[in-house]
Design a protein around this ligand. Structure first.
Ligand SMILES: [Zn+2]
Ligand SMILES: [Zn+2]
Length: 212
């Protein structure tokens, strides 16, 4: 059984998820948003097999360098955002100097594409490309758990007014890639509390389950 720990990191409280295997020996980190000691403490003594990024906005990548330097782990990102880690204008850190220092780190070691299956910490993660909030947004589906980034929140959806965002694309991603999943899939989003696919299909005011 996968063990999931959630940490709210950084100036705008992005969710970072630390996933560990049953024996507590191997870990995957999803969206290390800030270089905070709580994260390195949580991972102390573990083999960090990967840093998986749901997308490369600054609030999700601020701890990437710390993870690489401390654990020597590869970073995975969708190819349409492959230049975002190095470029503070693309990752948005140049836009809010009051909130974050500029972030420029090495590019990703590995790429994530729609339909890929990743074998990590003894689990299988399926990659879903769900663009709209950003062009390279992906979700990671592991059993009946989805780590969905800033696409679908509890009773809300990701903003689409940032550069390269697109509302129609976001809606299509949610309808065609997420609402087709079983109702009992638990969604762990990039901000805020968890929800389920069934709950969002019933309650989400932004993207209804069916048109009309
Ligand atoms: Zn974002
Ligand atoms: Zn975010």
């Amino acid at each position: 059984m996968l063990k999931i720990s959630r940490y709210e990191l950084g100036p705008i409280a992005a969710n970072c998820y630390v996933l560990t295997d049953e024996e507590g020996k191997r870990a995957v980190v999803i969206d290390p948003g800030a270089p905070e000691g709580v994260l390195t403490s949580a991972l102390d003594g573990l083999t960090v097999e990967a840093v998986l990024l749901t997308h490369a906005h600054f609030d999700h990548i601020g701890g990437v360098d710390l993870m690489r330097k401390t654990f020597g782990c590869p970073v995975w990102l969708h190819p349409s955002e492959k230049d975002w880690l190095t470029d503070p204008r693309l990752n948005g850190s140049a836009r809010w100097p009051d909130v974050t220092p500029p972030i420029s780190v090495d590019p990703p070691e590995r790429e994530l594409n729609d339909g890929d299956t990743l074998e990590l910490i003894g689990e299988t993660f399926r990659v879903l490309h769900i663009p709209g909030h950003s062009p390279g947004s992906v979700g990671f589906l592991c059993g009946n758990v989805l780590f969905g980034g800033d696409v679908l929140f509890r009773c809300s959806v990701g903003r689409t007014d940032l550069p390269f965002g697109d509302a129609a694309t976001l809606e299509r991603s949610i309808r065609d890639k997420l609402y087709v999943l079983p109702d009992d899939v638990v969604v762990f989003p990039g901000h805020g509390p968890a929800t389920t696919i069934g709950e969002e299909k019933r309650e989400n005011p932004f993207v209804r389950a069916a048109r009309g």
